[in-house]
Design a protein around this ligand. Structure first.
Ligand code: BDR
Ligand code: CA
Length: 312
């Protein structure tokens, strides 16, 4: 099984992925860490606690970054996930409380307790992972893997023509995380835009998931309106769940190895640049950073069905 820490800004598609992390028999969810992004960090923590509660699972939730590391925050796009992050549906009371530790401290403690075992799955802006690196740089040699939902290699962006939201929301943090000396896979728009969670998928999920299913289906209905307008599809890209599909079903993906870099200033802020392994560049700094993995393609139908099947 895969022990993971899930770093998240829930968020409609985050909620779907959290449900998978809680339900999938091969995933051991050690805890969640929260960040600003789709919503402010307090709302993110509230939603993470609520989703765990609805699944009947009392896992730790540690709150993290309230804003980007260097620049002021870009406003959250309320029309995508709603003011409350879950499509503005009415939500039950939260009974549990957050872990007293910061997200970064929780990551450092957990990785040190189980050296070589823990995979960090990050599906929001990357401030918590960057802060954990700062707190204990030695964790690069102790995590098993890092999986980041973010960025785009060939697909173009969703916030600007070149930038994907999670990277754009804290490009400085992303640059640290994507160039650190730990094994990392980028699961970006190149693959998440190939996946569609359809209304038929969601109907199955709703009927199988009880109270949790009500929240997933209600928030999905709101998110679906955004996709109808933005991409002209009837259904939603389940971005954050695709990071978990990579964890459990890597055979569905086509990948490449190379060096990553994040643009932190100017019109291309938040763009992820990829230098394929073996290619020679005149500027040598392109081969100085560690080699990472990027996902370039996926069997989108199989990955989408895996998401629905896991929750049905
Ligand atoms: C990413 O941005 C957020 O809005 C989603 O939750 C996902 O993590 C997609 O670009
Ligand atoms: Ca997210």
């Amino acid at each position: 099984s895969h022990p993971i820490i899930f770093d998240t800004d829930p968020g409609v598609d985050d909620a779907q992925a959290i449900a998978i992390a809680l339900r999938h028999p091969e995933i051991e969810l050690l805890g969640m860490t929260t960040t600003f992004g789709n919503v402010d960090v307090e709302t993110a923590t509230h939603n993470a606690l609520l989703l765990a509660q609805l699944a009947g699972d009392d896992i730790p939730v540690a709150q993290g970054a309230a804003c980007p590391m260097v620049k002021p925050r870009h406003p959250a796009p309320k029309h995508i996930h709603g003011d409350n992050g879950l499509g503005n549906i009415e939500l039950p009371e939260v009974t549990g409380q957050a872990d007293p530790r910061s997200a970064a401290q929780f990551i450092v403690d957990t990785v040190n307790q189980r050296p070589g075992e823990v995979t960090l799955v990050a599906v929001g802006p990357l401030g918590n992972l960057a802060a954990a690196l700062q707190l204990d740089p030695a964790i690069t040699g102790k995590v098993k893997n890092v999986i980041v939902m973010g960025g785009s290699i060939r697909e173009g962006g969703n916030v600007t023509p070149v930038a994907e939201a999670n990277i754009f929301n804290d490009a400085h943090a992303a640059q640290r995380v994507l160039t650190a000396a730990w094994p990392l896979t980028l699961v970006g728009l190149d693959v998440t835009h190939r996946c569609v969670l359809t209304p038929a998928h969601m109907a199955r999920i709703e009927s199988a998931q009880g109270k949790l299913g009500k929240v997933l289906a209600g928030s999905y209905a709101f998110y679906r309106e955004f996709y109808r307008g933005a991409l002209g599809i009837d259904g939603c890209c389940p971005h954050d769940s695709v990071a978990l599909a990579w964890l459990v079903k890597p055979e569905l993906f086509t990948t490449a190895q190379g060096h990553l870099h994040v643009v932190t200033e100017g019109a291309a802020e938040g763009q992820t640049l990829f230098a394929p392994m073996g290619r020679k560049f005149i500027e040598e700094r392109w081969s100085m950073t560690p080699e990472q993995t990027v996902c370039l393609d996926v069997d989108g139908e199989a990955a989408s069905n895996w998401i629905a099947d896991t929750l049905s």
